[in-house]
Design a protein around this ligand. Structure first.
Ligand code: ZN
Length: 396
């Protein structure tokens, strides 16, 4: 099978160990959209979406609908949720037809997301081989745990990873370099001499490695391993492959994102349903007079006519028109935070949005940036999505 384009995304915040971690307004749905949207106009060819993650709890709720709307895809597009780590992503790719968008999301540090569009292109995967052994170790955390728990690291390494890689690395000889997904780069080097990997160890890892191979154009044997099972393919790169990467410089994450004053915000199903498409798809109402109304209204704010308005997606590029940094405690919010009114470039539309991915106060009036899908609130436990303003990164 072939891959037409790849995209990779790493969140901006770093934990105390320097690993990328999610901001308070990010989750599996926003990470999936952040990677997928990098593919831009190529998304028009998407026929089917598969969302792969090792964290099933993160998929409960509205994630699939939010992902489709956030990517600007038709809500009737088939979307399959796939639970699994690195081997699941590779198996998904190998089993996918042209027009499939594979989104792999790792929400736990080291956090990342990645997207691959299956179709004629410069990366070919072939020579699939698989191995499966039962290793009696526990690798799924108990509810409430934030990290993987390995009962016996030595057993996992020797009886799991090493055994699988030894069986599957077969054709990694001559000029084919061995790359291993599913363990850290440091572990990859220990498992097999000369092997390399990435820091991320879950579903996004194979796509992050493919993106790197596409850049270097080097042929490789890719082994994706988890516990006692694995899958391997030969990777051949021929010609230029679009690899879209978004990775801002890291900022240290606060010790906690918990608000200092808790809030119990009720959910309104009617308001949620009414606003969903405009809020999650960033769509304005278009009046027959040509005025763009955001948020969409029953009555045009320019000519006053009362008529149904067609929804139209707004561009994402925006500029700060006015901004304030809130330092007083706000129930349910982590303070301080910056709140901005931004001009959506070239539309005359102004949007009120939180500033995200930068320390508070870092985006003065006139700052260029982009509106990005984020989880803007949680109401009665239900995530509510909308747009935040991500300032363009300052060039040092
Ligand atoms: Zn009008």
């Amino acid at each position: 099978m072939q891959i037409a384009a790849l995209a990779t995304y790493r969140p901006t915040w770093a934990d105390a160990r320097g690993r990328r971690t999610l901001g308070s307004d990010e989750d599996v749905a926003t990470l999936a959209v952040s990677a997928g949207r990098l593919l831009g106009g190529r998304l028009t060819s998407v026929q089917r979406v598969v969302l792969v993650t090792r964290r099933p709890d993160a998929l409960l709720g509205t994630a699939p609908e939010v992902v489709l709307e956030g990517l600007g895809l038709d809500p009737s597009t088939p979307l399959v949720e796939q639970i699994g780590g690195a081997p699941a992503t590779l198996e998904t790719l190998l089993g996918s037809a042209e027009g499939t968008l594979v989104l792999a999301v790792d929400p736990v540090a080291p956090a990342a997301s990645a997207a691959a569009l299956v179709g004629p292109g410069g990366i070919t995967l072939d020579g699939r081989a698989g191995a499966r052994h039962s290793v009696p170790v526990r690798t799924v955390p108990l509810p409430g745990a934030t990290d993987l728990t390995y009962d016996d690291p030595r057993l996992l390494r020797e009886g799991g990873w090493k055994r699988v890689v030894r069986e599957l690395a077969g054709s990694a000889e001559g000029e084919r370099h061995l790359v291993i997904a599913g363990v850290t780069a440091a572990d990859a080097a220990k498992i097999a001499r000369g092997a390399s990997g990435v820091a991320e160890t879950e579903a996004a890892a194979p796509l992050l490695l493919l993106a790197r191979l596409a850049g270097s154009r080097s042929p490789a044997r890719l082994v994706a391993v988890e516990n006692g099972h694995g899958v391997a393919v030969d990777v051949t790169v021929a010609g230029a492959v679009p690899v879209l990467a978004a990775e801002r410089s890291a900022h240290p994450a606060p010790v906690t994102w918990a608000p200092s004053v808790a809030a119990d915000i009720p959910a309104s199903p009617a308001a949620y349903a009414r606003a969903f498409e405009a809020k999650v798809g960033l769509k304005a109402g278009v009046c027959s007079c040509g005025e763009l109304n955001y948020p969409p209204r029953a009555q045009c704010q320019s000519c006053g006519v009362l008529e149904p308005q067609r929804l139209q997606p707004l561009p994402r590029a925006a500029t700060v028109y006015s901004v304030v940094t809130v330092r007083a405690n706000v129930p349910g919010k982590t303070v301080p935070y910056s709140l901005a009114v931004v001009d959506v470039d070239g539309t005359g539309v102004r949007v009120l949005a939180h500033v995200t991915d930068d320390p508070p106060g870092a985006a003065p009036i006139g700052s260029p940036g982009e509106l990005v899908l984020r989880r803007v609130a949680t109401r009665a436990g239900v995530p509510d999505y909308g747009y935040a303003f991500q300032p363009e990164e300052q060039q040092a």
